[in-house]
Design a protein. Sequence first.
Length: 695
Amino acid sequence: MYINSMNPTLWRFSGLVAAIWVLGAAGSVLGAGTFPMIEASFELPQVHANPFDFTQNDVVVKIIQPDGSGVTVPAFFDGGQTWRVRHTPSMTGAYRIGAVTLNGQDAEPLNLQPREFSVDGTSRPGFVRLDPSDNKRFILDDGSAYYPVGYNLGWRTDGAPPLVDSIARMGKAGVNWTRIWMCAWDGKNLDWPREGAGPIQLGNLSLPTAKLWDQIVGAADAADIHFHLVLQHHGQYSSKADPNWQINPWSKANGGWLEKPEQFFTDPKAIALTKAKFRYIVARWGYSPAIMAWELFNEVEFTDAYTNGKVDDIAAWHTAMAKFIREQDPYRHLIVTSSKVTEPKLWGAVDYYEAHVYPPDVLAAMAVLDDDRLDRAYFYGELGSLEDPNAKNGDTLHRVLWGSVMSGSSAAAEYWSWDVVEANNLQFHYTAAQKFIEQSGLLKQTDMKPIDVVAETDSRGPLQFGPGTSWAPAKLTQFTIKPSGTVQGLGGMSAYLQGNGKNKSMCPYILFHVNYLTAGSFAVEVDQTTPDGARVEIKLDGEPAATMNFGPFPLPPGLGGRPGPRPNPHPDATLELPISQGEHTIRLENTGADWAHISKFVLTPYAPRLGVLAKGGKNLVVLWVYNRAPAEAQTVVGKVSVPGLALGEYDVAWVDTRTGNIISSYRAGPKEDGTLELETPAIANDVAAWVSREN
């Protein structure tokens, strides 16, 4: 898509672990924690050729630790004749520089200072690891649990404060995770200058850019935030999806040598230059526990290589780069990429899964990753809703955050639109969620899994939901909608009901099995089509019941010959039909030329007015209870039934999800069948609760 890359709200198109490290940073034993970074500088006047290329100038420093053992750390060039080495200690005591080598030989450095260091004080939790006893959980070097909760901070948008200021504000709000791109348009790409800046000689790296990253990494460390450092993004090597290929300095059209973007993954020169850059990144910032993971690529499935069927080339590149980074990184940071989790070839070399999704219904998306039964840690590194009317008021962020906390993912789903968060001062949502996580004791539990919890209310209201996936093949085409409001398999529903074109098999139809306890209505909302048009037909119990035609739509004047994708009409149309009491089947099919994008289904009245998402284990259950129709401005009181509890007394606390404050608390016990019935407070929007045997 041709989209303004400076607006993150708009710019979206959208092997098991090689090893699970039992050792922590640079040889420290898991459980030890870390201490603040130590740094030494020195001069190497004998260095010639390219100081940024480790194959020409491989500078390595051996640091002697207080126990007499040594750690070997790569050094980095910092201008002139100056080199630096940075190390994060894992023990207190006296450290000293033992040796500096250049290409394996004694370098005899000049002006080495300091030569010795004294480390004391209190340790910090350290680097992020996968738990050796459960590879779906993250822990820190000191053994404490780490549950990422935050939002993206890809780049500095126009008029926004510097990233270091945003990071400090995030930390104060309790955010402990973010994700930052090495991109050119805000001056953060080491080998690709921003527009208007002077050229960077091939093979060299920008030292002003490196100093900006020094500030970013330092700010994250000070704010106690761990982040994904995104090394490459899809637009760099895409001519179609968020394309930057037309300005890529490695393109032959711009004086480079690559004929096509897909050659990036196989060209020996491109691979060598990329490795040299990655080695420099590891040497300069690998010391930092603030870097949770090296993210090899953002959404690599949108590169030309992937769309042209060269998945094996991409997988081989990932394998080679992950192996190279692990060889160079003495601190053993985690390695990840971001792409569709349904392509197994891409995930063999990385440590965990990071998916991105922009569905019509963010709550429906929560079940998608849980249903995939993935074999290691996973979470949404990006989740949001495009062209979202509820973005500025924080409602979408709030649903993303609390809905995901109740999922089985290894982290909260990480909201994409940081410009919206910052402009509207929405960080308080994270403060409240972190307060709930801490007070409930959630991170102390190791057996928490999503569970079904039923709500009951005096009356029934509208059940509104949307598909859980965006542009992807439907995993299911038939769905049962229970009177409780549960839609089984909803995460597997595609938002794109395909027409009679080449993609028909992706989502040929949608069939609902419903059971209306009273007569009501069924409605479907279509908010987007292509100019070729669509025709949505509904059959009720096998008989034609309603039809909605869209287009075809004429192109605006002058657009016919313009390159790039054609604009998509936004009909924002609703098709509604009455439904009698009882069980029915409702089938939707698109018999038009191209797809229709479904934003919402509404069944009225159908379900209890309260919905519940929950997860639980032996000693704790946490719940998020939400008003299914908050726009009606009516508070709702209901009863929630928590199943599967052992007999005994439990502490119950109801919590305000926007402040994290406890609304009420008391003790209660389950019935003989293990079901604990709880009366909810009056709910205008939503509340959270925990039921604990330990607090």
